[in-house]
Design a protein around this ligand. Sequence first.
Ligand SMILES: *Cc1c(COP(=O)(O)O)cnc(C)c1O
Length: 425
Amino acid sequence: MDYFSYKKGKLFAEGVDVARIAAEVGTPVYIYSKATFKEHLEKIRKAYGEIDTTICYSVKACGNINILRFMAEAGSGFDIVSGGELHRVLQAGGDPSKIVYAGVGKTDKEITEGLGADIAYFNIESEAELENLIRLAKQKNKKPRAALRVNPDVDPETHRYTTTGKKETKFGVDIKRARKVFSDYGNNRTVQLCAIHIHLGSAGHTVEPYAEALEKVLALIEQLRCDGFAIEAVDIGGGYGADYISGVSPTAADYASAIVPPLKGKNLKLILEPGASVAANAAILLTQVLYPKKGGDKKFIIVDAGMNDLIRPPLYDAFHFIWPSQVSDAFVTERRDRDLQLDGTEVVDVVGPICESGDFFAKDRALPPVKGGDLLSIFTAGAYGFSMSSNYNARGRAAEVLVDNKDFSVIRRRESYEDLIELEK
Ligand SMILES: *Cc1c(COP(=O)(O)O)cnc(C)c1O
């Protein structure tokens, strides 16, 4: 579900023809749909309505302050991984009592900032970090709550760079060691260790890993309660599937059907940290075709966006559906799929202008014929798109535009040449 669809062969973001945005703002440009963000949030809220649930949108997926602002207004909490993200959320008016802070390498400065803001939970990844939180909290006379991030050792069957819940990753502590951590720190008077956190990794496509991990975590919580520790919350992280391909990922309701029943009557608050499942299909990256080019038997479509704008294809082997934003009737499609075959398409590589062979968006992809000047939409670009962008090759970052029904506004202007050298003066 999203609000990008063709009307008379032209791609619209909600009520706005994306070609109009390209004409006014230029390309490449990230185009976000506010209604898509809000609908995802609402669907999650509904799906988990039966139990006490806090949704903490994962800022690192897509953290433009204007997006965080309307998410905060819509009642979302936030999952942060740095002091910079804390700053963004607070500036956006986010409620600190709905902020959870994860990350294996929080600095003293960042921890102190989190303490100053009275965030809901520090998600603790090691004994050494917990010691440090205790030390800093004493200095500031604070009594923060903490969740222990445990590693449930389940495999979400995703790319190896997005797997975080297996035993041999750097994240969290082994579930077997969790009891020891509680016996050492569970009665600490400064830090209240009173919750368990897991995060399996990103882009899984089934609910089973969550069911399996939750079962392990609930067994742990029961043990800890028997040991005399008060556990008030379980944070099951993010990583829920997003619609990169139409209709493949479980919906929020599908996940909830596996997650809610085991939690009923357990007297546990649930925390969710969705990122991609909220943000991914809430944006397209709109780019202009510069040159078609032949190379041996291959045909390349060189576009004005590059891996500095969207690095997911080379970084994660990620699939993004790509389609022209204006097409004849024969090519109108609402289905986004890896091997969509329509008569008249040609097989091409869609590549950027950067001096790296990793600078590609799609390889051997069937596309309607395009020529220089045409616009291509790279779909499902909202999560880890702009937030992972860089200035590589001295390219200014793309503009970000937010569409709200029939209106659009630039929520981050395109970086200029001056911006590129400003901090070097
Ligand atoms: C990145 C991250 C998330 C969000 O993951 P998605 O795949 O975008 O849903 C949630 N929790 C933690 C701790 C993370 O690091």
